[in-house]
Design a protein around this ligand. Structure first.
Ligand code: PLP
Length: 403
């Protein structure tokens, strides 16, 4: 246990830490699997898994092992030189996704930025769009990260307020509306960039058949379909990738979060040879992207998802949890929705924050999304008995708050 009570760490952090997060007040000291412990020794079930970046569970021993081995041999060369580890990692991502080439990066937002650059270049070079006139279509309430270009096409006021001037070249349409996509495409459209299920918007599941129609519309109009699966990918929705629910293939795929196995920032943009080959020497780069430590972690993170059948677990356990949550009879629940172990519980009459803080007291950690949604996205290794325990805490918490 740490030396001081929680408030000492919280206060120290608050004095010096940029205040753009409003954390749940738990002060975490260690974690293992689906459990976390705070500085006072209190144990919590992690139903947040770092916004789905810890799908494999905290401190997975297989990732510790590859890190320990790699860190004694080689950790960083930059891309000025080749390494013996990068190819195997990228090959694996291509194999599981059906993409032909991959670009290794660090954070999700960086991979989105490269997707935008690659789509624009393809638009000019291959599609023949007039210079500087390429357009990318996005969805309302999207979340793709926090860089100045990415917030330029956010529709969230608080993500954008006083951060202009913004990058032009984006058009937003309603999420899940294929007709709107078809209507807004012009000869200058190079790509449609979208999350297959919107995470930060509050776990918004689009109508069935939407993605299939989107695929057809993009193909017909020679527009790249780029899916941001940073959060939905690697098993979270009950398939390895969310696009597999509708049997389609995107032209570009963005991965991150769980690709780092809960240890390192590891992300990637994947696409066809036709698109990626346009990104020749000098057109992009990243000092840390694809470093050998990240490469072994990324490869092992994927192998764990496959070997431990985490997508299948997410499907069955997620369906169970969703059904049980829907069966809770409480006037505070407006809607429960989601896919796999990625579930949003929309709250009314009280704030989602109040629910999360009460859940914390009971030893269950989650975080509200906007004011009204409580998110349940545990590590995919979670067991049925742990979900049952979580359900009890949710049920009693809601009962208490109803009073
Ligand atoms: C988290 C997330 C990002 C941004 O990833 P960072 O690693 O925080 O930059 C982008 N897109 C989606 C869908 C995300 O969930």
């Amino acid at each position: 246990m740490s030396k001081y009570v929680s408030s000492v760490y919280r206060d120290r952090e608050a004095r010096v830490c940029a205040p753009y997060y409003k954390p749940i007040p738990a002060v975490i000291e260690r974690a293992e699997g689906v459990w976390m412990w705070d500085v006072e020794g209190k144990k919590y079930l992690d139903m947040m898994s770092a916004y789905s970046a810890v799908s494999q569970g905290h401190l997975h021993p297989r990732i510790i092992k590859v890190i320990e081995e790699q860190m004694r041999v080689l950790t960083l060369t930059s891309r000025a030189f080749h390494t013996d580890k990068l190819g195997a990692f990228l090959q694996k991502m291509c194999d599981i996704s059906g993409m032909e080439m991959a670009a290794p990066l660090n954070t999700g937002a960086e991979a989105v930025e490269l997707a935008i650059k690659a789509a624009r270049r393809w638009g000019y070079h291959t599609k023949g769009i007039k210079h500087n006139e390429a357009e990318i279509i996005v969805a309302n309430n999207n979340f793709h990260g926090r860089t100045t270009t990415i917030i330029s096409f956010s529709t969230e006021r608080e993500y954008r307020y006083q951060f202009g001037p913004f990058t032009p070249g984006f058009k937003a349409i309603p999420f899940g509306d294929a007709d709107a996509l078809e209507a807004v495409i012009t000869p200058n459209t190079c790509a449609f960039l979208v999350e297959p299920i919107q995470g930060e918007a509050g776990i918004i599941v689009p109508p069935e058949g939407w993605l299939k129609r989107v695929r057809e519309i993009c193909t017909k109009n020679n527009v790249l379909l780029i899916l941001d699966e940073i959060q939905s990918g690697l098993g979270r929705t009950g398939k390895c990738f969310a696009f597999q629910h509708e049997g389609i293939e995107p032209d570009g795929l963005i991965l991150g979060k769980a690709l780092g196995g809960g240890f390192l920032p590891v992300s990637a943009f994947l696409s066809s040879r036709e698109v990626m080959e346009l990104m020749g020497p000098g057109s992009h780069g990243s000092t840390f992207g694809g470093n050998p430590l990240a490469a072994v972690v990324g490869l092992e993170a994927i192998n764990i998802v496959l070997d431990e059948k985490l997508a299948e677990r997410s499907a069955t356990e997620g369906a169970y949890f969703l059904e049980k949550l829907r069966a809770i009879d409480s006037p505070l629940i407006k809607e429960v929705r989601g896919r796999g172990l990625w579930i949003g519980m929309e709250i009314q009459h009280v704030t989602a924050r109040a629910v999360c803080e009460r859940l914390m007291e009971k030893g269950l950690l989650s975080k509200e999304t906007h004011e009204t949604v409580v998110r349940f996205a545990p590590p995919l290794v979670i067991e049925r008995k742990e979900l049952d325990w979580a359900l009890e805490q949710v049920e009693t918490t809601l009962k208490e708050l109803e009073g």
